[in-house]
Design a binder for this molecule. Sequence first.
Ligand SMILES: O=P(O)(O)O[C@@H]1C[C@H](O)[C@@H](CO)O1
Length: 325
Amino acid sequence: MTGYSSKTDVATANGKQNGSGNQTGENGTKPTEFTPQGNHAYPYEVIQEIADFIVKGSGIRPKIGIICGSGLGSLADIIQNPKVFDYEKIPNFPVSTVEGHAGRLVVGTLEGANVMAMQGRFHFYEGYPLAKCSMPVRVMKLCGVEYLFATNAAGGINPKYAVGDIMLMHDHVNMLGFAGNSPLQGPNDPRFGPRFPALVNSYNKDLINKAIEISKTMGIESSVHVGVYSCLGGPTYETIAELKALRMMGVDAVGMSTVHEVITARHCDMKVFAFSLITNKCATEYSDKKDDEASHDEVMAVAKNRQKTCCELVSRLVAEIQKTA
Ligand SMILES: O=P(O)(O)O[C@@H]1C[C@H](O)[C@@H](CO)O1
């Protein structure tokens, strides 16, 4: 297995252990953890090993994979008959280091469908290469997942968006990609997908239309939009000049995740549905107002307030998929 070392995971520096103490291997130690060298993907065999661990451990082959955004961990709490895996106990899995990302994989059923949900995603700013951030999407694929639901907290740049609104993603601007960074960098393994995948039509139109119909039955259609998301590297929130530039590029909401997960999912031919919860309004004009400054506390508070609505949207969409299965 070239391109990897068994170095300690970067996240240990942030206080989460993956050295001695929290592990699962034969003698109580977590098996060797791979750290990509450069930005290369995990070998297929390592992904397969993780997927086997989850499928065997849960007794479930999930069809839908859910990634919970910041403060949206409750999307996994609604899963029935849950089997919960702490990331620290999954072989070769990174650990979550961000508040609002619990670091657990929950496998079970939702509206009769087999699902798995990540309560905690991995971000580039945590020090993980993009291939590592989106590695769990490949794990989902080898577990049997056909549909990826990716959710995030985002700042609203479109002036029509209000805090608490939901933006169904229909496209993205990949700023990390503009800078030459991709989760697919390095040798391509055709067992996952092609060297040069196309990304037009990445966001499944049927699922977007179903979600719009669902929002009408929920009576929330006036606060649901369809728009373009952009991922920046973080962890800083954006400057006014950056936000102005993003708006000029047609971006409606900005965050620090999701795009590399979507790229990885489309590469291996998963159907993708993604939405942003607008947790703060981004200022695009200079002012001295303190209110213009984004904060993670605000992000978490808004997500908490809107978690019930987000859960209902997700469950109803899962039910629609299950109906046509
Ligand atoms: O994981 P997501 O994209 O939902 O989290 C957003 C981006 C940063 O991680 C954090 C900033 O408040 O929220």
